[in-house]
Design a protein. Structure first.
Length: 93
């Protein structure tokens, strides 16, 4: 949003990496969803777990998150072990 307001063109695409999901995620198809997650890099591989309840009133979950787990529009429930797209908040892990 900041790039758009500042008139910067073209707007850079967010960094997305693939990580192995550590938790089951429930999701209904029909909307794109960004869930808060904790991304880790260990033994040459990225893994991500959710921060727990994703309701808007769960402020603590945002304070421990270091990424968004990107769930595509047509995605359904996602099982642990699946590779998912992740947008890290920073390049430092």
């Amino acid at each position: 949003a900041i790039y758009k307001i500042a008139g910067i063109q073209p707007q850079p695409e967010p960094l997305r990496i693939q990580a192995q999901l550590q938790d089951n995620i429930r999701k209904r198809p029909g909307r794109m969803d960004f869930q808060r997650g904790v991304l880790e890099y260990k033994d040459g591989q990225y893994s991500v777990s959710t921060t727990g309840t994703q309701s808007s009133g769960q402020l603590r979950s945002m304070s421990v998150a270091n990424c968004f787990i990107v769930l595509e529009l047509d995605a359904n429930d996602i099982q642990a072990g699946t590779m998912v797209a992740v947008e890290p908040f920073s390049l430092e892990l």
